[in-house]
Ligand binder design. Structure first.
Ligand SMILES: C[S@@+](CC[C@H](N)C(=O)[O-])C[C@H]1O[C@@H](n2cnc3c(N)ncnc32)[C@H](O)[C@@H]1O
Length: 397
């Protein structure tokens, strides 16, 4: 099976996205100029109000949002924001069809990627399903215009209906974990990134995000030797762990090393994924990774802590990433001055401590959603850290 997207596949995606009326922008400012030319202030107000409602997580608001995105003027404007996502995900998925003859694209939306796959693999049969009726109507119309006879689209909400058929490959990209506001599952204490194997907590996550029922229904539609390709916004450990456990709990195992996905969106660089290729009942060749993602925490050299900053308030060392924990654990001759651990009613914890070490005065902060922060300053600047300490220690969870 091909693993890396071929250059010609990437080139065809650009043609395909252009056919859909999507534009590629290298500057956010250019995108917003274009957006304001295409959409009236009233359109933008309506859209923003619908985006806010969707955040509430109600099914009807989510469906209404996706229905709204299909309006002829809105569609290219909104989906152009996801241009690089389509290139990245589309090319990775298209490189992994293997021998699959029947392919389901779950949560296909208006079918931008499903129609791409169907044009690339004219000899395979595709089905796209989505619960947004307007998205399915657009998908059908676009497939007809593209002359595709190997794809059909169905309006199905898998939370309330079973899927018919048994597919060799099921693709679900940005469709399984819709609950973007859900923080996931906290670690079992501020000292660790580990999550307890708590069946109740896992079941609650699967239920409130709707992922349990979605996965059950997809898994039931997967052929015996079938594969699943899944990529969601589950890079943060607190979401990644319960998501992976939900997959593993249904007998799905990675058949290649899960990889992080990185692409540019309007106004943000998205780090999401991982991109998983899973086999049903496949032997365990790759371990699920439950460790924090590699981060950009600066290297720690205790012999050379002085920054070359001209700012007198600049700390000797600062790390706002999970790797701060490793550095904090290795500080020399620490003497704790004060510490507070706040606990929320749901078990979340926030710990902050102020201490002295051979390296300087330090403030360390850690919570059960994997945030870590270590700041080391010269002893003479301790007052600054004390005020941060008070601020953090008095926060309510
Ligand atoms: C963010 S869009 C992603 C669309 C497409 N997969 C892509 O990658 O561009 C998520 C889609 O999943 C659909 N969806 C969410 N939950 C669903 C469910 N329970 N049944 C069917 N479709 C669902 C939504 O209607 C929406 O069109």
């Amino acid at each position: 099976m091909d693993r890396e997207p071929r250059a010609e596949v990437r080139a065809t995606i650009h043609e395909h996205l252009a056919w859909w009326g999507l534009k590629r922008f290298t500057s956010d400012a250019d995108y917003f100029v274009w957006q304001r030319k295409q959409l009236s202030p009233a359109d933008l107000t309506q859209l923003n109000a619908q985006i806010d409602r969707k955040r509430g997580g109600e099914r009807r608001d989510e469906v209404a949002f996706y229905d709204l995105t299909t309006q002829p003027l809105m569609l290219p404007v909104l989906y152009s924001q996801r241009y690089e996502y389509y290139c990245e995900i589309g090319s990775h998925v298209a490189a992994r069809f293997g021998n699959a003859n029947s392919i389901l694209d779950f949560g296909c939306g208006v079918g931008i990627l499903s129609t791409f796959y169907a044009t690339q693999y004219a000899d395979r049969q595709f089905v796209g399903v989505d619960r947004s009726p307007a998205s399915i109507a657009v998908a059908r119309e676009k497939a007809r215009k593209l002359g595709l006879t190997n794809i059909r689209f169905e309006c199905v909400d898998v939370e309330s209906e079973n899927l018919a058929g048994a597919y060799d490959l099921i693709v679900a990209t940005h469709a399984l974990v819709q609950a973007e506001q859900d923080p996931g599952i906290p670690s079992h204490s501020w000292q660790t990134f580990e999550r307890a194997r708590d069946a109740k907590q896992q079941a609650a996550f699967e239920q409130r995000t709707g992922i349990g029922i979605r996965l059950d229904r997809l898994r039931a539609s997967l052929a015996r030797e079938g594969r699943m390709i899944v990529s969601e916004k589950t890079r943060q450990l607190a979401r990644r762990v319960p998501f992976q456990r939900a997959l593993a709990g249904r007998g799905l195992q990675p058949v290649e090393a899960p990889k992080p996905i990185h692409y540019q969106l309007v106004e943000e660089v998205a780090d999401d994924g991982p991109f998983y290729v899973l086999g049903r009942g496949a032997p365990q060749q790759f371990q699920w990774d439950e460790s924090p993602e590699p981060d950009a925490g600066g290297p720690f050299d205790r012999n050379n802590l002085k920054t070359d900053s001209t700012d007198p308030d600049a700390p000797l060392y600062e790390n706002h990433w999970p790797s701060a924990q490793r550095v904090w654990e290795k500080l020399h001759d620490t003497h704790l001055l004060k510490e507070t651990t706040n606990q929320g009613p749901d078990g979340r914890q926030l710990h902050v401590e102020l201490g002295q070490a051979e390296e300087g005065v330090y403030l360390y902060c850690a919570n059960t959603l994997d945030q870590r922060q270590l700041v080391i300053v010269e002893p003479a600047r301790m007052v600054m850290l004390e005020s941060y300490y008070q601020e953090i220690a008095s926060s309510v969870l």
